[in-house]
Write a protein that binds this ligand. Structure first.
Ligand SMILES: Nc1ncnc2c1ncn2[C@@H]1O[C@H](COP(=O)(O)OP(=O)(O)OP(=O)(O)O)[C@@H](O)[C@H]1O
Length: 351
């Protein structure tokens, strides 16, 4: 028997009114997440990732649709939902003068935990998030990566079964990002927490999430494991170099015949094509080119990335989509509904 989903949404929709115009931030989000899953929400700026999270964490009400989170209705049982989730928003824990250890205990007190339980829980989290050495430092002295890890610890003090992280690694250098992810994965292993995370970083979604929801313009346009998305929606790029331009041109027809895909010349004059099963096709193509009297000098097979998936789905690369969104949505001051992320996390919101 399967467990009931920890998140289940039906037609969840959020529209904002900006300068008297309606912005469809999220349209018809219908998903089901099982306990223990690590799900990444991937999409360009303005895709609707944060808005989805804010609805699921009860920070903003949906315009339409419904959702149950940890068994409770986000519209009618917001307090029950909030008590059972952790939420770490885009802003960090700021510049509190309080020490890391005390900050965690205050958080425990906020949730009504007994002091002995709070101390035990803080010990566990300090250990699993690598905060031991900085436990008695004040929050304002921490680096960006350390602050993000503290944010996550704060979000987990009351041992929620579900943790929402909104772009946890944005603004961190690559090493701190990798380090943060190591901690997130360890936490999940140790505590069995379901993690729902938004990210712009393709490599993060690819490497760490077991399920990727690709979002664009308010809609989920793909939902699967990263390998499945890549093999079904994108392909391996095979590229062949020759001694002359004539040979490269002649190779195009051979490539098209053997792979059944269109082949083109790249900017370096090499013949290239995209195929679903590159590993198996590479030697076959080389043999066919050889049989046609075309001497292959170089041959490469490059597996697809999630950006190729996004490109296949939308005709734009994620980076391009980010640029377009940045150009189009510069005017946050005109938002009619205050963004809830000023509250770093739910607990912050209630302090
Ligand atoms: N409070 C608000 N009032 C009006 N419009 C909003 C508000 N919050 C978000 N939007 C708009 O809704 C759309 C989705 O925004 P959202 O922040 O959910 O995207 P996102 O995918 O999280 O983007 P980012 O990766 O940049 O954080 C955007 O067009 C945004 O401008």
């Amino acid at each position: 028997m399967t467990n009931p989903p920890i998140i289940e949404t039906h037609g969840l929709t959020k529209r904002f009114t900006v300068k008297r115009q309606e912005v469809a931030a999220v349209t018809d989000l219908s998903i089901s997440v099982q306990p223990g899953e690590l799900v990444a929400f991937l999409g360009p700026n303005g895709a609707g990732k944060s808005t989805s999270l804010r609805m699921l964490t009860t920070l903003i009400p949906p315009t339409a649709g419904d959702a149950r989170v940890v068994g409770h209705d986000i519209r009618t049982e917001a307090a029950e939902v909030r008590a059972r989730i952790g939420y770490v928003g885009q802003l960090t824990s700021g510049s509190f003068a309080q020490r890391v250890g005390d900050e965690l205990l205050s958080q425990g007190a906020f949730y009504g935990m007994r002091r002995a339980d709070a101390v035990r829980r803080a010990d566990e989290l300090v250990e699993s998030l690598g905060l031991t050495a900085i436990r008695s430092r004040s929050v304002q002295q921490l680096s960006g990566g350390q602050k993000r890890r503290l944010d996550i610890a704060l979000g987990l003090m009351h041992a929620p079964p579900l943790l929402f992280l909104d772009e946890p690694s944005t603004g961190l250098d690559p090493q701190s990002r990798a380090n943060l992810w190591e901690h997130i994965l360890r936490l999940r292993e140790e505590h069995g927490t379901t993690v729902f995370v938004t990210t712009h970083y393709l490599e993060e979604a690819d490497r760490y999430a077991e399920r990727v929801l690709v979002m664009d313009q308010g809609r989920v346009i793909a939902d699967d494991t990263a390998p499945a998305l890549k093999s079904t929606l994108a392909g391996d790029v095979l590229t062949f170099g020759f001694g002359s331009a004539d040979e490269a041109s002649a190779a195009l027809a051979v490539l098209a015949r053997v792979t059944g895909r269109e082949a083109t010349l790249d900017e370096s004059g090499r013949a290239t094509t995209t195929v679903p099963d590159g590993d198996a096709l590479l030697p076959v193509v080389i043999r066919a080119l050889d049989d046609a009297g075309l001497a292959v000098r170089t041959a490469t097979g490059v597996p697809p990335t999630l950006d190729d998936v996004f490109l296949a789905l939308t005709g734009r690369s994620l980076r391009e989509a980010d640029r377009t969104a940045d150009a189009g949505t510069g005017d946050d001051a005109e938002h009619t509904e205050p963004a809830a992320e000023a509250a770093t996390n739910l607990q912050e919101a209630s302090r």
